[in-house]
Design a binder for this molecule. Structure first.
Ligand SMILES: Nc1ncnc2c1ncn2[C@@H]1O[C@H](COP(=O)(O)OP(=O)(O)OP(=O)(O)O)[C@@H](O)[C@H]1O
Length: 479
């Protein structure tokens, strides 16, 4: 694991041997534990929410078929855009949400199906630290009571033992005895997160889901809390699932990283390999958002367009296909420029969304494309995308009206005929038929990439297709 060189805050992870819980010593001497030993095996895990559906809508597929192993003693980073299902995955693994399908196996138990005493045992072994230390701590309880609460709930030892254990925990996270009687609002953000960590450690868990544990903290405080988490992991033999949207923090702390998109994992592998040589087009696009980072490809020109589709209605085939810079294109449209494809994809997305909602088309288009035009109906949309010369067109050197080839224009017009009559489903079907490919038809399997166990779910990892990296370099180089 990488280590942070930043100065450790005084008192952080106090080294007193006597104060350490017993699991640490037991685990550090256990020669049977290997780096690849899975502590948690997640298989085809699903969590759908259908309680807030309206108009009989489909459920929100927050987690939709996730499979991964979390190895004993590792930090597995989990990254992806807001709303892709990271928190739901963490909560479902812990049994805080009922799984809709699939398995979470640990020590031979399917924890997704546990109840009663066995579920309580798992929830003692597996804890969660939340993003916002402000919101997650009860302001009416003293810090001592907050940290002691899980011990009380699990009837842990005697009252005086619990008290002693709380002092020990405060010490462990760099707080001290007098903090026992204070209230959360008397603490800084970093201190409050230490309280949250002490509470999570109270029952000597093996596994902790850290859900954006430093996102709400100042950068300088973040480094100290990260240091603390790393020290605690080493001392106590902990396994972490570290959820974050800050890719730099994950690069620093995680041994391996799982990249999540719209309810599923698209790439999983050793952190350094994934960051320096991303295999999946989504990872490539996501990493290109980090200023000044280098992945060995000409990534500066890769942009992640728009926002992800709704998890209530994910695209057929590959979920990333609607935004993918390396999407397989039908051979007959090989001569279309990247800008033309971007506009066709945009029209497709707008029509698809319009087919599923009554919400204003104008707003949607503006939000997705940042266009200034007042697009009040489909003809306005088409004019903005394909006909009017605009600042966007001038910037890429192409007149809007020259964007489409004759056959592409004919397919777009066929679709628009349907859209004019309000038949948006038919319109999207026409576009999918004309411009779609294997990416729109098949959900890609995971493929091994390289020789260090990395997997990536993209059809372009098969021999039949050009590798995603070279496609992205070529397409972004051309435009
Ligand atoms: N209790 C719930 N009921 C209905 N939908 C939910 C519920 N919890 C989450 N969702 C939806 O599930 C999807 C995934 O949400 P989740 O919070 O897991 O994503 P996330 O990747 O953790 O996002 P963020 O980074 O913003 O925290 C979102 O569309 C969200 O609106």
């Amino acid at each position: 694991m990488s280590r942070n060189d930043a100065a450790t805050e005084s008192g952080t992870a106090n080294e007193s041997e006597a104060s350490r819980p017993s699991r640490a010593a037991a685990d550090s001497d256990d020669s049977t534990v290997t780096a690849d030993d899975p502590l948690v095996e997640v298989r085809d895990l699903k969590k759908y929410y259908d309680d807030d559906g309206f108009l009989g809508d489909d459920p929100v597929k927050a987690v939709d078929g996730v499979s991964l192993d979390i190895r004993r003693g590792e930090t597995l980073g989990l990254v992806g855009e807001s709303g892709c299902g990271k928190t739901t995955l963490g909560r479902t693994i812990l049994g805080l949400e009922d799984a809709t399908g699939g398995e979470v196996v640990s020590d031979g138990r399917n924890v997704a199906r546990l109840s009663g005493k066995q579920l309580r045992e798992w929830q003692r072994d597996a804890q969660m630290v939340f993003q916002d230390p402000e919101a997650s701590l009860n302001d009416r309880m003293t810090v001592g009571e907050i940290v002691r609460e899980p011990l009380d709930a699990h009837d842990w030892e005697t009252a005086s033992e619990r008290r002693r254990r709380v002092f020990e925990l405060l010490d462990l996270v760099g707080l001290n005895e007098e903090h026992y009687y204070r209230y959360p609002h008397q603490f800084s953000g970093g201190q409050r997160q230490r309280v949250g960590i002490a509470r999570a450690l109270a029952l000597e868990p093996e596994f902790i889901v850290l859900d954006e544990p430093v996102s709400a903290l100042d950068v300088s405080v973040q480094a100290r809390v990260i240091n603390l988490l790393e020290d605690l992991q080493e001392e106590l033999g902990l396994t972490y699932l570290f959820i974050a949207h800050d890719l730099s923090v994950v690069r620093h702390i995680a041994d391996r990283v799982a990249v999540m998109y719209l309810g599923d994992i698209v790439e999983l592998g050793d952190t350094e390999t994934v960051y320096s040589d991303p295999a999946h087009p989504y990872t490539l696009s996501l990493l290109s958002a980090i200023p000044g980072s280098h992945t060995g490809t000409d990534r500066d020109r890769v942009t992640l367009r728009g926002t992800p589709p709704s998890p209530r209605d994910p695209p057929q085939g590959c979920r990333f296909a609607t935004r993918c810079p390396a999407k397989v294109r039908p051979a007959e449209f090989d001569d279309l420029s990247g800008t033309a494809w971007e506009r066709i994809d945009a029209l497709h997305t707008v029509l698809r969304e319009r087919a599923h909602t009554e919400t204003g088309l104008t707003e949607r288009l503006k939000r997705r494309l940042g266009l200034a035009a007042d697009a009040s109906d489909i003809d306005e949309v088409v004019a903005d995308l394909f006909e009017r010369d605009s600042d966007v067109a001038a910037a890429d050197g192409s007149a809007r009206s020259d964007l489409l080839t004759e056959s592409a224009r004919s397919a777009v017009e066929d679709a628009v005929q349907f859209a004019r009559r309000g038949e948006d489903e038919e319109a999207t079907a026409v576009l999918r038929e004309a411009f779609g490919s294997v990416c729109n038809r098949e959900r890609p399997e995971r493929h091994a990439v390289g020789d260090d166990g990395r997997v990536s779910a993209c059809v372009r990892h098969t021999d039949e297709y050009e590798d995603p990296r070279s496609v992205v370099d070529r397409r972004f180089g051309d435009d």
